[in-house]
Ligand binder design. Structure first.
Ligand code: M6R
Length: 612
């Protein structure tokens, strides 16, 4: 859950490392550090507690640090509090071996005890210091070079890691090792780069290498070689990244989140266009054909956070359209259950990053049980994308804000497309409805743009309720799925205590929390359930709630109940999430701004949760 970078070339390394870290700061931001080797072979390590800008100020934007080879790290603390001593890089006492690490070495205590018996002293509380000192131990004990020392240490590590290591005796090389944590390598003329994701590299090259699990890379100046654990050289073909470098910049917006909210029509349009061809959904690139579809007896959708909320909506869509039983489950629960699965079941893993530890573990369990697996993934080449049987790539582009918006919206499109096509194959969706749904799907991007035009009213409402302590979101069916996501957004970036309830459930307990002025958001986009949800809204209003309503144009009777209403354009009922979520994203965004919070980097959170 940290970010790592490396540079080996002829240019001054520190400014490049700092710029790279700024692109990865979404992965962790409680401390940062760099290590740069200068021409005399000495390495300068600079660390700072707090945001990257503290490190940048300390090094004059990197200009105060000499040298053309270096590594860097931005941290999200796992072992040890955020502090300068716990910040990376960590090194051997003689500074011969220096490294940065993203992930967790689970057996670090056992390794630490072993090293202590061999005279090693530890200054930080981190597992990374242990890992680097273990490499140092094998390096000095066996005297067989860095590759030997690293691969030997890798056979002892249990856990996940993406590491970059420098050795004083090998001044022109950076060594990288990986297991279950992301790492990308890029080459340009006379220089090489490594990073936790492609965004720091995009500016230099779009041709990148994805290093595999339990593999080591040796980066020279403009060259890279890959090795397996037996130190045998292996071939890895470069892949081309289609993401635009500008997509990872704020581009005039105050925050990445509001930029990404506005990018949703494009993310949705691109994802639709990737599968809708000649008026039909074409899943050939995903690899799901009619024969495969007909073999599916049941579906389990497994994910975390917002991706799980996509699953909640997906459950209604796929089950409703294709009449296949669908269950949705949190990956952190699924992985410790003993799920009943066989080759007739499809397990869908939804993940923006493709690196979420619980989702990856769930995927591996599903595969072990013999189920067919499909990933809905945004990051090309990520672990989940590489390990699933079928991958449906969402085309949201790089998402930087910790709170997901455009990736969530693109994932919904994947769910709709899957639901519709499975239904078509199974004969549960007739040609006329299928054609009208395709048309509605293609209308969504423009309709999303229309919803975005209403943002000033929502900004006004958010400013009015900036002091809200508690907030409740209620809805039925798909509207319950929307409520869950709206509530999560509110918690994570606005720090407002919020809960989402299936509207019919509130009288079974939560209604006792409603008092004068409690803010309740009622989502009512489903025709069949509109009156039911409206009755639940009346119930909370009569207990003093202040009500915001979200419904479709035409449902004007809601104004008899709600104090503030946001209307969304009419679309197929299965697609309403795509429109109704936008006001809720805007509400949490503007509320966070009104409270003066750090919208893009909320406290305690990281974008990609690669630890359990
Ligand atoms: O990368 P993933 O989609 O697997 O991430 C899953 C969750 O960690 C993520 O959706 C998280 O809940 C977001 N911060 C929500 O905005």
């Amino acid at each position: 859950m940290c970010g790592i970078v490396g540079y080996n070339g002829e240019k001054k390394a520190a400014p490049i490392l700092l710029e790279g870290l700024s692109k990865l700061e979404y992965r962790g931001y409680d401390s940062a550090g760099i290590a740069v080797r200068n021409k005399t072979g000495e390495t300068e390590i600079v660390k700072a507690k707090g945001r990257l800008k503290v490190l940048s100020e300390k090094t004059d934007g990197g200009n105060a640090v000499e040298g053309t080879v270096g590594i860097g790290h931005t941290r999200w603390a796992t072992h040890g509090e955020p502090s300068e001593i716990n910040a990376h890089p960590h090194c051997s006492d003689d500074k011969n071996v220096i490294g940065v690490h993203n992930g967790i070495i689970e057996n670090y205590q056992e390794l630490k005890d072993k090293l202590a018996r061999h005279g090693y002293t530890f200054y930080s509380e981190t597992d990374t210091e242990v890992a680097i000192k273990l490499i140092d131990y094998y390096y000095k004990t066996y005297n067989q070079g860095p590759l030997y020392a690293i691969t030997h240490a890798m056979t002892r590590f249990r856990g996940s890691y993406a590491m970059a290591v420098m050795f004083k005796d090998y001044p022109d090389q950076i060594y990288a090792a990986r297991n279950d944590a992301p790492m990308v390598i890029g080459l340009d003329e006379g220089e090489s780069f490594l990073a936790s994701d492609v965004t720091p590299i995009l500016k230099y090259t779009k041709s990148v290498y994805y290093i595999g699990n339990q593999q080591v890379a040796v980066l020279g100046k403009g060259s890279v070689k890959f090795y397996d654990l037996d130190q045998m050289e292996i071939d890895i073909e470069p892949s081309t990244v289609t993401w635009d470098a500008n997509a990872a910049e704020r581009g005039g917006y105050e925050h990445f989140m509001i930029k990404e909210i506005h990018e949703q029509p494009k993310a949705v349009r691109d994802t639709i266009n990737s599968v809708v061809k000649d008026g039909k959904i074409d899943l050939s690139e995903v690899g799901i054909d009619e024969e495969t579809a007909k073999k599916i007896h049941s579906i389990q959708i497994v994910a975390c956070g917002s991706a799980y909320h996509v699953g909640v909506v997906g459950q209604y869509v796929i089950e409703g359209l294709a009449r296949i039983p669908v269950r949705v489950e949190l990956a952190s629960e699924f992985r410790y259950r003993d799920p009943l699965l066989d080759e007739n079941d499809l397990v869908i893993i939804v993940s923006q990053s493709g690196e979420t530890a619980d989702s990856l573990a769930a995927l591996r369990l599903a595969k072990k049980k013999g189920a067919r697996t499909l990933g809905i993934v945004n990051v090309v080449g990520s672990s989940i994308a590489r390990e699933v049987d079928h991958v449906f790539y969402t085309l949201a582009g790089p998402e930087i804000a910790v709170a997901t918006t455009k990736a969530y919206s693109a994932q919904l499109i994947a769910m709709y497309a899957l639901g519709m096509q499975l239904a078509k194959y199974k004969g549960t969706l007739d040609d006329e409805r299928y054609a009208s749904m395709i048309e509605e799907l293609q209308n969504l991007p423009d309709q999303m743009s229309r919803v975005l035009e209403d943002k000033e009213r929502i900004q006004w409402f958010a400013a009015k309720y900036a002091n809200a302590q508690d907030m409740y979101f209620i809805g039925r069916g798909i509207d319950y799925g929307i409520s869950l996501e709206g509530s999560l957004k509110m918690k994570e970036i606005s720090y407002v205590h919020s809960e989402a309830y299936a509207a019919g459930e509130i009288k079974h307990g939560p209604i006792s929390l409603i008092e004068n002025g409690t803010l309740v958001v009622g989502v009512a986009t489903q025709k069949r359930l509109f009156e039911k949800t409206r009755s639940n809204m009346v119930e909370v209003k009569s207990r003093g709630a202040y009500l915001m309503g979200i419904t479709n144009y035409g449902n004007y009777s809601i104004e008899d109940t709600a104090d503030f209403v946001v209307y969304i354009p009419k679309t197929d009922e299965y697609f309403t999430t795509s429109l109704a979520i936008i006001p809720l994203q805007l509400l949490s965004y503007y509320l966070s701004c009104a409270k003066g919070l750090n919208v893009d980097k909320p406290r305690n959170l990281a974008k990609s949760v690669t630890v359990e």
